[in-house]
Write a protein that binds this ligand. Structure first.
Ligand code: KIV
Ligand code: ZN
Length: 511
């Protein structure tokens, strides 16, 4: 019989810790709906004590998303656990995830406590969490650099206190896969009450080994893998969900393991997460990269045409990659609503109406509206329609340029409810718009990266502008803008970026 491994997704928590990857609450909810459709076993929705926004996100996901367990992270202290429980208590299936570091280096330099004190704190935290709810996960942060016998002592103590999942993270991505697998087996073999819990693994990718170590841990008895969509996460990221899951599916002969994941949902969610975080997927990324199923060499193309098995170990359809038209100009509102639901969007009436308008306009010009067009428009609508917390709303833009003209821009916006117009010139059109905007929004923003893509190709395609910029504190932000016109797409990206900074400013950090 195949062994069943649980998938714990932490895109909304560890994934959001990727530099520059801030998500709005609406975006988190849309991703959480998609994760439920993907059938992950647990969604870690945030770290409720970290900020009001994190608390709200965990609460909203708990109230609205059914199916998976909804987890909230907390340190091993009562105030964190109480805050997490307050956000999670509305979930059908809540899970409190509490952690403390166990390696000597963390105990000595970060926490400044002894091993015995750490065990006491962990036991107290788990038993407090267990008084709130049945399902409690405990993480021994930096487990891979912890003394193995001490790790067994901690594990035994927290299982006694009520934890049913014990996570042994490779927090700094230091472990080699074989060694990490041995550590998991050592804990399983040496903890007397191990039958009352499962081992979870959570690997970071600093040495490019997160997926390999996670798979090796499963071969050694781990029952849960923690991962993120597109491998997002602190520093070099976490183990990528799509890679872990497709390893099990493609090499069933080797692993004899199953997950509950609906792999046909992988491509959609991967695109959604990339668009919302502004972090592009590397072209040659396994499973979801643009080149993952593209065959360039003639000899490969010939082989694939004769029989795909010659060079394709996976069928692109198994991850839900489709290239056919999903809606056209004759599609009605219901068809569009259904396609959106399939993509994981739950839109209000106002957002749906705007979606229908935009799709029909695009279908008129471009004839075909593909999955990627639809997702790009949906992201734009989600970020603009029905949002009350937009500091800047764009009203009008006029630009002038030419080979004998100094690029000039005039823009009119509503800034905190007040109408403002400004004009400026610049080295190019974008520079003139940015300078005009600076006359309205007086804060030093520095553009670090600018990228322009045609969503689905052709000169009439939707232009997708992605910018990376820093604010006065050098904090990084990603923003996107979408339009058929490249100037307008750039202006929208700048406006979305400013709105993001303003939202961030209004976030209050609690601890
Ligand atoms: O990497 C890590 O150790 C973590 C824990 C908090 C689970 O993210
Ligand atoms: Zn982590």
């Amino acid at each position: 019989m195949k062994k069943r491994v649980d998938v714990f997704d932490t895109t909304l928590r560890d994934g959001e810790q990727s530099p520059g990857a801030t998500l709005t609450i609406d975006e988190k909810l849309a991703i959480a709906h998609q994760l439920a459709l993907l059938r992950v076993d647990t969604i870690e929705a945030g770290f409720p004590i970290a900020s009001n926004d994190d608390y709200e996100a965990v609460k909203i996901v708990s109230e609205n998303v059914q199916g998976p367990y909804i987890a909230g992270l907390c340190r091993s202290v009562e105030k964190d656990i109480a805050r997490a429980w307050d956000a999670l208590k509305h979930a059908d299936k809540p899970c409190i995830h509490t952690f403390i570091a166990t390696s000597d280096i963390h105990l000595q330099y970060k926490l400044k406590i002894t091993r015995d004190q750490a065990i006491e704190m962990a036991k107290k935290a788990v038993s407090y969490a267990h008084d709130c709810t049945e399902k409690v996960e405990f993480s021994a942060e930096d487990a891979s650099r912890t003394d193995w016998d001490y790790l067994c002592k901690v594990t035994e103590a927290v299982i006694d206190a009520g934890a049913s999942v014990i996570n042994l993270p490779d927090t700094v991505g230091y472990a080699e896969p074989e060694e990490y697998g041995r550590m998991v087996k050592y804990v399983i073999d040496n903890v007397p009450n191990m039958d009352d819990a499962i081992i979870s693994v959570h690997c970071h990718n600093d040495l490019g080994l997160a997926v390999a170590s996670s798979l090796e841990a499963v071969r050694n008895g781990a029952g849960q893998i923690e991962c993120t969509i597109n491998g997002l996460g602190e520093r070099a990221g976490n183990a990528s969900l799509e890679e872990v899951v497709m390893n099990f599916k493609t090499r069933q002969d080797y692993f004899n393991v199953d997950t509950n994941i609906d792999t046909k949902r992988i491509f959609n969610i991967s695109q959604m997460v990339s668009r919302f975080t502004g972090i592009n997927i590397q072209r040659n990324k396994a499973i979801v990269g643009k080149n993952a199923f593209a065959h360039e060499a003639g000899i490969h193309q010939h082989g694939v045409l004769s029989n795909p098995l010659c060079y394709e170990i996976m069928n692109p359809e198994n991850i839900g990659k489709q290239t056919e038209l999903i809606v056209g100009k004759h599609s009605g509102k219901h068809a569009i609503e259904k396609s959106l639901k399939d993509l994981g969007y739950d839109f209000s009436k106002e957002q749906l109406n705007r979606m229908v308008e935009e799709i029909k306009a695009l279908a008129d010009k471009q004839k075909t509206v593909l999955q990627e067009d639809m997702m790009a428009i949906a992201e734009d609508v989600l970020n603009t329609v029905g949002r009350s917390n937009q500091a800047i709303v764009l009203n009008e833009v006029t630009v002038m340029t030419g080979n004998k003209t100094t690029p000039t821009a005039v823009i009119t916006v509503e800034y905190n409810g007040e109408k403002k117009t400004a004009a400026s010139y610049g080295a190019g059109v974008l520079d003139s718009v940015a300078n005009a905007m600076r006359n309205i929004y007086d804060s030093p923003l520095k553009l670090q990266e600018y990228e322009l893509k045609a969503i689905t190709g052709g000169t009439d395609a939707l232009a997708d502008v992605s910018i990376l910029f820093t604010d006065k504190d050098s904090k990084e932000y990603h923003a996107r803008g979408l339009d058929e016109d490249i100037v307008m797409a750039s202006v929208k990206a700048i406006v979305n970026g400013i709105n993001q900074i303003e939202r961030q400013k209004s976030k209050k950090t609690i601890n």
